[in-house]
Design a binder for this molecule. Structure first.
Ligand code: DGL
Length: 275
């Protein structure tokens, strides 16, 4: 059983971490769906990217990030990074005294609800695809579901560079997704923090009948339901969000504004060794 949040904790912030800037696509959803919630965000920019690292390393980094956020008296933890959610969620759930939510389960649930053909494509980092996290959950939800996973690592760089439309993005999308187009999938999971920024080019590349599932959106919806059921939605009107990174706060601020769709006024650089 996951730990309870408790009414008395409702006005505490939600801790969100990611390997870097991408998790701001999850924060954007919080701002859209639950603007009263207060967010403490940590982007591990010094140790980014996670998508090419070994499972042991990702587990270690995720544990450190979660422990770091615990010091901010958060009521729950959201693992915005698909790679960390794929590899470290079980460990975090076991070790942390508060509820921990990753993006993989909510994304899989949303995809299983959306599909009619039982053929679901999954795109993510190398580590996410290799972990088979989405594949396992989908198959456990319904054994008739067939999955088509593809790692699309270049999408991450395109999103950070802001090359989300135009010929380069189109060519990369067509190259990665060529095989998927012949599989008659009707649902495609955007299983990486960065891919919602490439939504239009991905949609254009896939045929019209394919529903794109944004894990960020489904995750925040599920977090909201969990908080609501526990009576733990925040009541205060004016949240004071905090953004922290382990390196290069200025780049985070600049690139991050594209992910967040909003100005980021202040970013603090912290050293995890201090904690
Ligand atoms: N945040 C990562 C994810 O969602 C993408 C970037 C990385 O490789 O660290 O999988």
């Amino acid at each position: 059983m996951p730990p309870d949040i408790g009414l008395e904790n409702r006005n505490k912030p939600i801790g969100v971490f990611d390997s870097g800037v991408g998790g701001l696509s999850v924060v954007r959803e919080f701002f859209r769906q639950f603007p009263s919630e207060e967010i403490v965000y940590f982007g591990d920019t010094a140790r980014y990217p996670y998508g090419t690292r070994s499972p042991e390393r990702v587990r270690k980094l995720a544990m450190q990030n979660a422990a770091f956020l615990m010091d901010f008296d958060v009521k729950m933890l959201v693992v915005a990074c698909n790679t960390a959610s794929s590899i470290a969620l079980e460990l975090l759930e076991k070790k942390m005294p508060i509820p921990v939510i990753g993006v993989v389960k909510p994304g899989s649930h949303a995809a299983a609800r959306a599909t009619r053909s039982w053929k679901i494509g999954i795109i993510g980092t190398n580590a996410t695809i290799a972990s088979e996290s989405y594949q396992k959950i989908l198959e456990s939800l319904n054994p008739n579901i067939e999955t088509f996973p593809i790692a699309c690592p270049l999408f991450v760089a395109l999103a950070e560079e802001g090359w989300t439309i135009g010929p380069v993005a189109r060519l990369v999308a067509e190259t990665y997704l060529a095989d998927l187009r012949g599989e008659n999938i009707d649902t495609l999971i955007l299983g990486c923090t960065h891919y919602p920024l490439l939504r239009s080019v991905i949609a254009e590349t896939m045929s019209e009948g394919v529903t794109l599932i944004d894990s960020a959106e489904s995750t925040v919806k599920e977090v909201g339901e969990l908080l609501d059921n526990a009576g733990a939605l925040r009541e205060n009107e004016k949240p004071e969000h905090r953004f922290m990174v382990s390196d290069a706060p200025e780049r985070f601020r600049q690139v991050g504004e594209r992910f967040l769709g909003k100005q980021i006024l202040k970013v603090n650089k912290v050293s995890l060794e201090d904690f």
